[in-house]
Design a protein around this ligand. Structure first.
Ligand code: ADP
Ligand code: MG
Length: 256
């Protein structure tokens, strides 16, 4: 499988009134096209920083990033970002929320609007398009947030703890929903989480980070050999606990 995003020795050091904080140190990884990769690590280790660097919100202190073999430029259009909070604008309808990325990029035309229309219909949001965010459930709001991210048709989706604000039951269902939409749309996904089961159930590979300054501790290839893989089905699979135990040990200082 082709690499699409290559990070080479990325280091990010913040400078503020309290001095210097190195969040990430020498992070190198080749993200594969069409793969779902999770990045897991302790709180404050630099996970969000890594995604901010990938999407151009933060400039790395050193290191290089290549997208499809070209040097990454800041604020790249082919990368979409989905956060823990859905940041839907309460005064805008679902439809107007979904259009916001295209509006900002001044890219509303017949083709992009037809794509949005197709996404709304395919993923059951068409009948909700004139509702306001406050009229939706938490799960539905996250679906709107995902479709809003997909509306600009990015190749790569970044998800930062995107489900952690939801209650457990909703979280399981939304995870399934988001996973299936990302797969159906053939996107490359990079998800940051501190939830081991979530990372295993959704990913083709899991990168475990060390404490700050973060570097790669271990990478796990995840494969369940099943047709129609879904996160919920993965949680029931006999291999699930094997992966869980290995990642747990690595996160807690072992090297299994
Ligand atoms: P995580 O997402 O893994 O919880 P972050 O990437 O948010 O971690 O933060 C990593 C470290 O960098 C933390 O110590 C945090 O305080 C620090 N940090 C993050 N953003 C900034 C910033 N804008 N300025 C200074 N320090 C920051
Ligand atoms: Mg974070």
């Amino acid at each position: 499988m082709r690499d699409c995003l290559k990070l080479e020795k990325i280091t990010k050091t913040y400078q503020d009134d309290n001095g210097e904080t190195t969040a990430i140190k020498d992070f190198s990884y080749d993200f594969k096209k069409g793969h779902f990769t999770s990045i897991i690590g302790p709180s404050g280790c630099g996970k969000s920083t890594l995604l901010s660097v990938i999407c151009g919100l933060e400039v790395p202190t050193s290191g290089m990033i290549y997208l499809d073999n070209s040097k990454l430029t800041t604020k790249n259009n082919s990368i979409g970002y989905m956060l823990q909070k859905d940041y839907l604008l309460e005064f805008r309808t679902v439809y107007k929320n979904i259009l916001i990325g295209l509006e900002i990029k001044k890219n509303m035309n017949v083709k992009t609007l037809a794509y949005v229309d197709a996404l709304l219909r395919k993923y059951g949001l068409f009948e909700f398009k004139d509702k306001y965010p406050s009229q939706l459930s938490g799960g539905m709001r996250q679906r709107v947030a995902l479709i809003r991210t997909l509306a600009t048709n990015p190749d790569i989706l970044l998800l930062d703890e995107a489900f952690s604000a939801l209650d457990y039951q909703t979280r399981l269902l939304v995870t399934d929903d988001v996973y299936q939409i990302i797969r159906a749309e053939n996107k490359t996904a990079i998800m940051v989480t501190h939830d081991i089961p979530e990372s295993i159930s959704m990913s083709d590979e899991v990168i475990v980070l060390t404490k700050r300054p973060s570097t790669i501790s271990q990478v796990y290839q995840i494969s369940f050999d099943m047709d129609d893989r879904t996160p919920l089905k993965c949680r029931e699979h006999p291999k699930f606990t094997t992966y869980f135990d290995a990642i747990w040990q690595t996160l807690n200082g072992g090297t299994s």
